[in-house]
Design a protein around this ligand. Structure first.
Ligand code: PBG
Length: 324
C-alpha cells in the first residue's frame, strides 16, 4: 500500500485533542453590547432578539453584576434616546442617555471597561449616521458632530471610543478632538470595515434606527468588495486608530483574516444582530444545538483572526465556557 499520513493519531481522545487545540475561547475575548433607554422601570425584551433587553438605568444593576461575575471585561453601550432631531443633538448632550449610562456603569463597576459607540443613527430623526442635507449625507459637517459626541462620551468616562459611522476622516477628526480635550490616552476602536449589510435588521428594530429615506450604501461598504476593506483599514490606521472592527463577522471572515495578516493592530469582529437572531430562531425551533453552534461560530471568528468579539452571545458563552 502507498504510504499516507495518520492525522487521526492526534484526534484519538479528549486529552490529546485538548493538547493540540490551536484556539481557545475565553470570556476575555468578549465585548457585551447593552441597550440603554431613558425613563424608569424599563426592562423590555427586543422582540427580534430573544435574550436582549432595553434597560433604563434603574433596572440595569443585575445585568451589570452578571457581566462582571462572568468575567467579561467589557461592555459597549448603545443609547436609544426618547427624542430625535435632524442633527442628532442628543448624541452629544451632557445628560444624553449614553453619557448618563457611562457615568452610572463606571461608578458601579470602575474596573468594567466601557466602550461608547460613536454614531448618530439612533439620534437623528432621519436615521442616518451623519447629517443630511437635501437627501445627502454630508461628510465634513457630520465629522464636527461626531467629534463632539466622542468628546462628550470621553468626558462622561468612556474608556474607549468606538466610532461606527463610516464617514471619511472620522478617526482624524475624533483623535484631534479627544487630544485637544485632554483625552490623549483614550483609544479609538475604528469600525474601519463596516459593510452595508442586511444582517443589521434586528438591531435597527432594537435601536429604532432604520433610515427614513434611502439606505446606507453611500457610506457603508459594498459586500462584494475585499480590497476596499484594506484601503479603509490603511487610512484608519494612518489616522490613528488603535484597533480595527470588521462588521458583520460571520459572512466576512475572509476580511478578518486579511486584516489580521496585513496589519499589526488588534482586530475585532462584530457578531451582529442578524447573526444572533438566526441562531436564536433556529434553536427555538429545535433545529440546531444552540450551545454547540454558538461556541463553534465564536471559535471560527477567533480562528479567522479576531482578537476580540463583540457579541450578544457573550453572557451565555461565558457561562457555557465556565461549565466546560
Ligand atoms: C450604526 C450601527 C449599526 C449597528 C450598530 N450600530 C448598523 C446599522 O444600522 O447600519 C448594527 C449592529 C447589529 O446589527 O448588531 N451605527
Amino acid at each position: 500500500m502507498r504510504s499516507f499520513d495518520r492525522h487521526r493519531r492526534l484526534r484519538s481522545g479528549e486529552a490529546i485533542r485538548r493538547m493540540v487545540r490551536e484556539h481557545q475561547l475565553s470570556p476575555d475575548d468578549f465585548i457585551y453590547p447593552l441597550f440603554v433607554v431613558e425613563g424608569t422601570g424599563i426592562r423590555r425584551e427586543v422582540p427580534s432578539m430573544p435574550g436582549v433587553f432595553h434597560y433604563s438605568l434603574d433596572q440595569i444593576d443585575d445585568e451589570l453584576d452578571e457581566v462582571v461575575e462572568l468575567g467579561i471585561p467589557s461592555v459597549i453601550l448603545f443609547g436609544v434616546p426618547e427624542s430625535k432631531d435632524a442633527c442628532g443633538t442628543s448624541a452629544y448632550a451632557d445628560d444624553g442617555i449614553v453619557q448618563q449610562a457611562i457615568r452610572y456603569v463606571k461608578e458601579r463597576h470602575p474596573s468594567l471597561y466601557v466602550m461608547a459607540d460613536t454614531c448618530l443613527c439612533q439620534y437623528t430623526d432621519h436615521g442616518h449616521c451623519g447629517v443630511a442635507e437635501d437627501g445627502e449625507i454630508v461628510n465634513d459637517e457630520s465629522l464636527r458632530i461626531l467629534t463632539k459626541t466622542a468628546v462628550s462620551q470621553a468626558q462622561a468616562g468612556a474608556d474607549m471610543i468606538a466610532p461606527s459611522n463610516m464617514m471619511d476622516g472620522f478617526v482624524t477628526a475624533i483623535r484631534e478632538g479627544l487630544d485637544e480635550a485632554g483625552f490623549v490616552q483614550t483609544p479609538i476602536l475604528s469600525y474601519a470595515v463596516k459593510y452595508a449589510s442586511a444582517f443589521y435588521g434586528p438591531f435597527r428594530d432594537a435601536a429604532h434606527s432604520t433610515p427614513q429615506f434611502g439606505d446606507r450604501r453611500t457610506y457603508q461598504m459594498d459586500p462584494a468588495n475585499a480590497r476596499e476593506a484594506l484601503r479603509e483599514a490603511e487610512s484608519d490606521i494612518a489616522e490613528g486608530a488603535d484597533m480595527l472592527m470588521v462588521k458583520p463577522g460571520m459572512a466576512y471572515m475572509d476580511i478578518i483574516r486579511r486584516l489580521k495578516e496585513r496589519f499589526d493592530i488588534p482586530v475585532c469582529a462584530y457578531n451582529v444582530s442578524g447573526e444572533y437572531s438566526m441562531i436564536k430562531a433556529a434553536a427555538q425551533q429545535g433545529w440546531i444545538d444552540e450551545q454547540a453552534v454558538v461556541l463553534e461560530m465564536l471559535t471560527g471568528l477567533k480562528r479567522a483572526g479576531a482578537e476580540l468579539i463583540l457579541t450578544y452571545h457573550a453572557k451565555e458563552a461565558a457561562r457555557w465556557l465556565r461549565e466546560g
